[in-house]
Design a protein around this ligand. Sequence first.
Ligand code: NDP
Length: 266
Amino acid sequence: MTDRYAVFGNPIAHSLSPKIHAFFARDTGEELSYEPILVPEGRFADKAHEFFCDGKGCNVTVPCKLDAYAFADVLTPYAEAAGAVNTLKKLEDGRIEGDNTDGRGLTADLKRLGVKLKGSKVLVMGAGGAARGIIRPLQDENPVLITIVNRTIEKAKKLAEHFGVTACSYEELSAEYDVIINATSTSLNGTLPPLTDEIFRKASFAYDLMYKPDGETVFTKKAFENGCTGVADGFGMLIMQAALSFELWRCVKPDVTKAINYFRAC
Ligand code: NDP
């Protein structure tokens, strides 16, 4: 029987994951199926139990990442640190393992883009689910400083305390960062976090977790216009986190550069 995989979320019809995993499967010669599963409110556990009767693994997206965290029997240190799960895998003994590949997807994409994190000063904007998932993998790369800045400062402080990094408000922020990462949802509605032009000017790389088909978001545009030499949207991160899930399930590494080039050209 063909091994079965899926992505759970609501809404789910727009998800690129089925296309990305179909591409990986074709390209690596792995035989598998991958389907989108719509989760009605409050029904994640029922749907996941049903799926894992014969399913091998799944991705989990908004708004089900916390439900998936609660559903997992065992958690990887990344899922534990993120407090959320985006990948579930059925283990040999039948238990369900929860992982979070989002943050490692980001650091893998930054490496692909030639961004040096070791010894760098990193600014993370936002203190929501995405920010929480990226801090631990960023720490693994040994930057000298990670600062979390958020509109609601209490949330930034809480997150910073959890991970042992620093936090401040936008008003307190100085222009000293090498890499600035937008983990707010501002680009989704075409707005910007309140950063001074000087912060953009001093940074060598600006990364927006949100992605657009042409690769340009309001944030990457603003950074580029202010002389920030390197910019990228989060499309590479999307492909990288999917590739890490695929590898977890199949023990095969997909060609991520080929996938990014293929989907960018679509
Ligand atoms: P959340 O809703 O959990 O958090 C949103 C964050 O944005 C909060 O910190 C919020 O601040 C901040 N924010 C919202 N509006 C403003 C504003 N006007 N000014 C300043 N800050 C603001 O969202 P997520 O963390 O889940 O997602 C964040 C982004 O990351 C989204 O764009 C999402 O698409 C992207 N993402 C990309 C992935 C990828 O693979 N490329 C993976 C996961 C996420 P406050 O706390 O004050 O409300």
